[in-house]
Write a protein that binds this ligand. Structure first.
Ligand code: 6GU
Length: 235
């Protein structure tokens, strides 16, 4: 994974921790940052400039992006998938993560400022991807979101790969609720809260049915859009 960024010190960031951090230590994946500031133009080493046509903010220059990209040595002829992270891209989802997790090489351009010169995106072949309908200050956190989502899908990264089968989005349903000990939780106000009885019954097929029903109920309530998609898919 190559990350083109004006803030290389933000990496590996969250990717250094937990199960993803373990995979990083085990060389299951590698992160190299390319500092855009090293490819700045003229004596001031600028990487951005004012937008043509006016307007607020600064735009990342296409020549800087090209120089930074071309500085990455080509390895065994596999072309890297190029992603530009921007709130005006197509929205990332689990299917996209599954596809990305199968790729050997991904190059991510993190936007900052108002954006990146469109010619760089078009000419250099970046796919524009957003992580959701809200705006962050830059693409670095988005890159960590995308990478974490991808890396956990690489075989061997998760301790319990079967957890991938039933998790939210794997079948267009949100995951059912989970419970653990204590079986009766007495909260700080003295109120008692039981675990749903079926889960302690040991009756596996009933548990399975209960969980599926909970998944359906939850999806209808919280993500009716997703539930409609599911019904359409089954037709
Ligand atoms: Cl990829 N970048 C920024 N700056 N904001 C975002 C985003 C990306 N995805 C959602 N919001």
């Amino acid at each position: 994974m190559k990350i083109l960024t004006a803030y290389p010190e933000m990496f590996p960031g969250s990717l250094e921790h937990s199960v993803i951090g373990k995979a990083l230590k085990e060389n299951i994946f590698k992160i190299d940052t390319i500092n855009l500031h090293e490819f700045g133009i003229d004596d001031r080493m600028s990487i951005d400039d004012e937008p043509f046509g006016g307007g607020p903010g600064m735009v990342l220059r296409p020549d800087v992006v090209e120089k930074a990209l071309k500085s990455i040595p080509e390895q065994h002829n596999i072309e890297s998938k190029k992603i530009y992270l921007t709130p005006s891209g197509t929205i990332l989802n689990q299917e996209k993560l599954r596809n990305l997790s199968k790729l050997e090489k991904i190059t991510i351009l993190c936007g900052r400022f108002e954006g990146v010169d469109q010619r760089a995106i078009d000419v250099l072949g970046f796919e524009e991807v957003s992580i959701g309908d809200y705006v962050l200050a830059g693409g670095e956190i988005a890159a960590q979101v995308l990478l974490e989502g991808c890396i956990r899908l690489i075989p061997g990264v998760l301790g319990h790969p079967e957890s991938l089968l039933e998790e939210s989005f794997s079948n267009n349903l949100l995951e059912y609720p989970h419970y653990t000990r204590p079986q009766v939780w007495v909260d700080s106000l003295g109120n008692k809260h039981d675990v749903p009885e079926v889960l302690t019954s040991g009756h596996h097929s009933n548990i399975k049915k209960w969980r599926l029903n909970k998944s359906i109920e939850k999806t209808k309530n919280i993500r009716p859009d997703m539930y409609i998609n599911k019904e359409q898919k089954q037709d």
